[in-house]
Design a protein. Structure first.
Length: 126
């Protein structure tokens, strides 16, 4: 069964990646800022929120493989931001406003700093 999970992740991730590429290329003429990335993040978050919200009503009636394919595979390939936004949403639903705020700030600051640090290291090495 584990091999089936890997195939579902592989196929879902590949399709999500292709969709992200298509959205980015379709919106590239309109770039004032990374509109393609923003659109991918928003669309993936909408897809994940809809399906996980809809399936939550099914009380486990949705096969794990399908949830894995959509949420981790497709949405993960389309945008990892969808997982991040769902985690923040869950914290807010649970009334953990402070934790959510810290998570948003820490994620934003450290991800941007990590990108800057990696850029600096790559520039120093080459």
């Amino acid at each position: 069964m584990m091999n089936t999970y890997y195939v579902a992740l592989f196929v879902g991730g590949g399709l999500g990646t292709l969709c992200r590429f298509w959205v980015s290329k379709s919106l590239s003429p309109y770039l004032v800022f990374p509109l393609g990335t923003l659109a991918s993040n928003i669309l993936a978050s909408l897809i994940m929120g809809f399906f996980l919200g809809y399936w939550a009503k099914a009380d486990g009636g949705v096969p794990y493989l399908l949830r894995l394919w959509v949420a981790v595979g497709f949405c993960g390939g389309f945008s990892t931001f969808s997982a991040y936004s769902f985690e923040v949403f869950q914290m807010l639903q649970q009334g953990r406003w402070g934790t959510a705020a810290v998570y948003v700030m820490v994620s934003t600051v450290f991800c941007v700093l990590s990108t800057a640090l990696a850029w600096w290291i790559a520039q120093s090495v080459s």
